[in-house]
Design a protein. Structure first.
Length: 147
């Protein structure tokens, strides 16, 4: 689905609120609430992972976020800014946590990470998240956990 090009201030505000609700549910470790804000056919792209980081929100995304929360039970995020551009909502976010279990092939050493992320959301006319693209410095994330 193509993003709507001309957005009213009311629609822009509604879309920003949906994205903030998603980030709040993530912070509260409420995966089902995160999923409820997404279209059933929504897709996700964890950009640093290349083609291996693409899938559906309700399948691959839910599995990855669940594994992340299991491995980092104190996972927390702070949204620093929310902007809109060309029908997309962008959230600048810091995510941090302490690893207690293996994650994505990385053994747990009890290390913490603190990493800047950019979440770019595309939404439907029905105020549901249609696509999420997530960017972060994956090499720095791994470095923080293995050293």
């Amino acid at each position: 689905m193509q993003p709507i090009k001309k957005l009213s201030p009311t629609l822009m505000s509604a879309w920003k609120n949906v994205c903030l609700d998603f980030m709040s549910a993530y912070q509260e470790h409420k995966i089902d609430e995160m999923m409820s804000l997404c279209d059933p056919d929504a897709t996700v792209q964890f950009q640093p992972l290349g083609d291996d980081g693409k899938g559906t929100v309700h399948g691959f995304g839910k599995e990855l976020w669940s594994a992340l929360l299991l491995s980092f039970p104190d996972l927390d995020n702070t949204v620093h800014s929310v902007t809109m551009d060309e029908g997309k909502v962008q959230c600048q976010v810091s995510i941090r946590g302490t690893q207690e279990r293996p994650f994505a092939g990385i053994a747990s050493k009890g290390n913490t990470f603190d990493s800047g992320h950019i979440f770019v959301f595309t939404l439907t006319g029905e105020h549901k998240i249609d696509h999420i693209r997530i960017q972060w410095d994956h090499e720095d994330f791994v470095r923080q956990l293995v050293t």
